[in-house]
Design a protein around this ligand. Structure first.
Ligand SMILES: Cc1cc2nc3c(=O)[nH]c(=O)nc-3n(C[C@H](O)[C@H](O)[C@H](O)COP(=O)(O)OP(=O)(O)OC[C@H]3O[C@@H](n4cnc5c(N)ncnc54)[C@H](O)[C@@H]3O)c2cc1C
Length: 351
């Protein structure tokens, strides 16, 4: 029997999931098509978001708008699913050099940054466990989404409500009409592709210049570290319970696959051993490929020839923080109430 939806969404990573819920909230009907064995990117993401770019101590792009939006969005998801997966968490910054501390102190007094940068410096932050001769402080208003739980909870919801096709999307089966699209026994007004870096295999959007970056994280057991803060000193340590921490990350623009490597494991473990005074045990390692774009901006828009197909992608290293705001932005544009901002519109890559 033929089934009709407003939207088909291909891909249930962070981007596709956030977009699907944004549509559902606004009363649209949605079918999600996803084979989650194709790309592990969202499932390996630590899920942190940081309003500050540590190197330059400037605000992350659009932090003032993205963060309150994400806070409301993920809390709403928690209520909708009656689950917990989102927490505000300070990011403790351990200084590696005096000059780094001085730079922070100058920036923390900038009224434009004081909302995020704590001013006081602590000299005794877990001194028995962490090398902290210079001092530590923290970033306010940071947060963490337990991404793998978020995706699994929504997958259950989609599955229980018959809104999920668990399969690899087959482009041969897609029929494009001027008013709708057909895929197997399904008709929809539009289809939106959210396949992460695998959009490089999508015949309609592979012309968009992606610069994917493989990243790896390790999970380690460390005793007696705080479990309510993310700690950063060159690597981040995210507490996930039972003395376990996710530690990352690496960047590799050549080997685009989800295979964990010895090289990355050693790189992260070496950095971690310079931070800790105590031994740690590596219990897991994961890899994924980030759908990054050269200009580090998301990719939103409809295909220039086929207005029934669209894309929501390009979240790079910041899928958790970017997706909620830009899903709403895309929805508003699809409803004809506004235009997609040029900075994130895929039209910026059209010749
Ligand atoms: C090691 C690492 C750490 C990270 N840490 C963070 C972090 O702390 N905070 C943060 O915000 N971001 C982080 N990121 C980045 C974040 O993971 C990405 O921004 C985000 O996952 C991108 O999500 P996506 O939905 O676009 O793509 P994906 O997660 O790749 O999702 C795409 C989905 O589509 C499916 N799919 C693809 N092709 C098809 C097809 N043809 N048919 C059916 N299904 C298909 C895939 O299997 C997958 O389920 C990290 C990334 C890595 C690698």
């Amino acid at each position: 029997m033929e089934k009709q939806y407003d939207y088909i969404i291909v891909g249930q990573g962070i981007a596709g999931t956030v977009l699907a819920y944004t549509f559902i909230k606004s009363g649209k009907s949605v079918l999600v098509i996803d084979d989650n064995t194709i790309s592990a990117c969202s499932r390996v993401a630590a899920g942190n978001f940081n309003p500050i770019v540590f190197k330059r101590l400037v605000k992350s792009w659009m932090a003032d708008e993205l963060i309150p939006f994400a806070d409301t969005f993920y809390r709403d998801c928690e209520q909708f699913l009656k689950q917990e997966f989102y927490w505000k968490k300070e990011i403790v910054k351990i200084f590696a050099e005096e000059t780094e501390k001085e730079f922070w102190q100058t920036k923390a007094n900038d009224p434009n940054l004081s909302r995020y940068l704590n001013t006081s410096i602590e000299t005794d932050f877990f001194q028995d466990i962490i090398h902290n001769p210079i001092g530590a402080t923290f970033v306010k208003d940071a947060a963490n989404l337990f991404v793998s739980k978020y995706l699994a909870d929504f997958r259950n919801y989609f599955s229980e409500n018959n809104l999920l096709m668990d399969e690899k999307f087959d482009f041969e089966q897609l029929i494009l009409n001027s008013e709708n699209v057909k895929y197997k026994s399904v008709t929809a007004t539009k289809i939106i592709f959210c396949e992460g870096y695998k959009v490089m295999d999508n015949p309609y959007f592979k012309w968009i210049p992606l610069k994917p970056a493989k990243g790896e994280v390790i999970t380690v057991r460390i005793k007696n570290l705080p479990t309510d803060k993310i700690i950063n000193k060159g690597v981040y340590m995210l507490p996930i319970g039972d003395d376990l921490f996710i530690v990352g990350t690496t960047y590799d623009w050549v080997n685009l696959n989800d295979e964990p490597t010895e090289k990355a494991r050693t790189e992260i473990a070496d950095k971690l051993s310079k931070v800790l005074k105590v031994p740690f045990e590596i219990v897991d390692q994961q890899a994924g490929v980030r759908p990054s774009v050269n200009d580090r901006r998301p990719l939103l828009g409809l295909h220039h020839e086929h207005q029934t197909i669209g894309i929501f992608n390009g979240m790079g290293t910041k899928g958790v923080m970017l997706s909620p705001y830009f899903a709403e932005h895309f929805l508003t544009a699809l409803e004809g109430k506004s235009n997609i901002d040029n900075e994130v519109n895929i039209s910026r890559f059209q010749k």
